[in-house]
Design a protein around this ligand. Structure first.
Ligand SMILES: [Zn+2]
Length: 106
């Protein structure tokens, strides 16, 4: 992934400062110390759309009489998955509240 502030590439395995709350993630760029966050709603939408797509393909495969319904649902869910994947970007933000640095607490 790429930092939107300094445009340098980040390796997720090298990030030491982060906070995860459900689908809402905060990370700190180790080049410019900028805090970045993703949209928890977008990530949730992506996961839901992916499973709707997978389930309707599965139902359509095993139950041929359902295919007229499941095929358009699968196509719409696939589009929703791709769109929400494109919308799932990191944005600049403040450091999360009540955040304690992992490196300084050790
Ligand atoms: Zn950066």
């Amino acid at each position: 992934m790429q930092c939107p502030k300094c445009a340098k590439f980040l390796k997720l395995s090298d990030i030491s400062e982060y906070q995860v709350k459900g689908t809402q993630r905060h990370i700190q760029c180790y080049h410019c110390q900028t805090w970045l966050k993703n949209s928890g709603v977008t990530l949730m939408l992506k996961v839901i759309a992916f499973y709707v797509c997978a389930i309707s393909i599965g139902v359509g495969y095993f139950m041929a009489e359902w295919r007229t319904i499941t095929t358009p649902i699968a196509i719409m869910a696939l589009i929703a998955t791709l769109v929400s994947h494109l919308m799932d970007q990191w944005a600049e933000t403040e450091a999360p509240k009540n955040y304690q640095s992992k490196s300084s607490s050790e």
